[in-house]
Design a protein around this ligand. Structure first.
Ligand code: ADP
Ligand code: MG
Length: 257
């Protein structure tokens, strides 16, 4: 078995609602996970359980409240929960790719430029970045007449395909996928499944959320089911190893425990 690239150990997340008198909203407690290169770990569980929150913690959008979230490189470890703000820019450029649920639309930036941007940020040649962006957009069946336009007026599915192309183009070693196929038709879902399979083959580690059962079964090497009772574990002091059974890990859909 290959050694993990990303691990979470006893990960906690509590939102503090400053606009509401500092009220605390605990979302996650004691999450353990381990993700190896070339594998896709799929997060499951009801809406609102914390799946997107976990991806956003790995991507540095949300702060970790407790526990460890660690990247393991050949020459050492990087503790994400302690990472200074200025380090995230490089990490997102070179290591962590993120296909968010919805495209962040920037006015006047064309779809083609949105997709090229991660390569340009690495100093890639403009003509190469352009060719690769166009190849991906064509593969995802985005009509050529749209490439020149800013995606603000695009349909949900068109925006999602721009977002997917942007996420896959730079071949990050870790890729976070938040429901990338939610608004796609069957043909484009198939393209995304193929992109995921190709990324696996080159060793990309993926952490994903997929509502579509068929997509999930095809891409998941492992399923991590987040369950609501994980929040009833009491305080840190009385938490025991058994609390971790609140995360049911399965291989190819079969229970391990
Ligand atoms: N920025 C935030 N501030 C406060 N609460 C949040 C924030 N983001 C998510 N939440 C809450 O955290 C919980 C988990 O949300 P989310 O991770 O989006 O769930 P999922 O992706 O599993 O549907 C929800 O109760 C949601 O309202
Ligand atoms: Mg979500």
């Amino acid at each position: 078995m290959t050694s993990p690239f990303l691990t979470a150990r006893r990960l906690d997340k509590t939102f503090v609602l400053h606009a509401q008198g500092g009220q605390a909203l605990p979302v996650m407690r004691g999450l353990d996970l381990s993700l190896s290169p070339g594998k896709c770990l799929v997060l499951a569980g009801r809406s609102g359980i914390g799946k997107s929150t976990l991806l956003k913690m790995v991507n540095g959008n949300y702060r970790v409240s407790g526990g460890q979230l660690t990247l393991h490189f050949e020459d050492g470890e990087l503790e994400l929960s302690a990472l200074p703000a200025h380090a995230w820019h490089l990490l997102r450029r070179d290591v962590i790719g993120y296909v968010s649920q919805f495209l962040r639309v920037v006015p006047r930036v064309s779809a083609r430029e949105v997709v090229m941007e991660p390569l340009l940020a690495r100093g890639c040649d403009v003509s190469e970045a352009r060719a690769r962006a166009e190849a991906l957009l064509a593969r995802l069946n985005l009509p050529e007449r749209l490439w020149e336009l800013a995606p603000g007026t695009f349909s949900g599915g068109e925006q999602q395909r721009v977002n997917i192309a942007r996420g896959f183009i730079a071949e990050h070693p870790l890729l976070l996928l938040d429901e990338p196929t939610a608004s796609l038709d069957a043909a484009n879902r198939e393209v995304v499944v193929q992109l995921i399979e190709e990324a696996k083959a080159r060793g990309t580690a993926m952490l994903g959320i997929f509502h579509d059962e068929e997509v999930r079964e095809r891409v998941a090497d492992r399923l991590l089911e987040l369950e609501g009772h994980m929040l009833l574990g009491g305080t840190d002091a009385d938490r025991t190893a058994s609390d971790h059974t609140s995360f049911r890990q399965t291989d190819s859909g079969e229970s391990l425990s």
